[in-house]
Design a protein. Structure first.
Length: 80
């Protein structure tokens, strides 16, 4: 089991991660961005005024994208 966590991911890095896995930002309203991908049943929203992105939000989005936290971390660490 990995000890790496998905907490303290900056908003900038999380946006890059979402783009890397094929998500597109569809709209911005106030402090919220709506993201989607072709295979998703519905879009998800991230708050742009909270940085870093809360861990529970990251985990919820990973479930929607059918990705593991390890995959998420590998993609984010590969962006540096």
């Amino acid at each position: 089991m990995s000890t790496r966590r998905v907490s303290n991911i900056s908003l900038k890095d999380f946006r890059l991660f979402l783009q890397a896995v094929g998500c597109n930002k569809t709209s911005v309203k106030g402090g919220h961005e709506k993201w989607t991908r072709k295979d998703l049943r519905r879009p998800f929203t991230i708050q742009t005024h909270i940085d870093p992105v809360p861990e529970f939000i990251v985990r919820q989005i990973l479930r929607s994208l059918n990705l593991t936290k390890e995959e998420c971390i590998e993609i984010i660490e590969g962006k540096d």
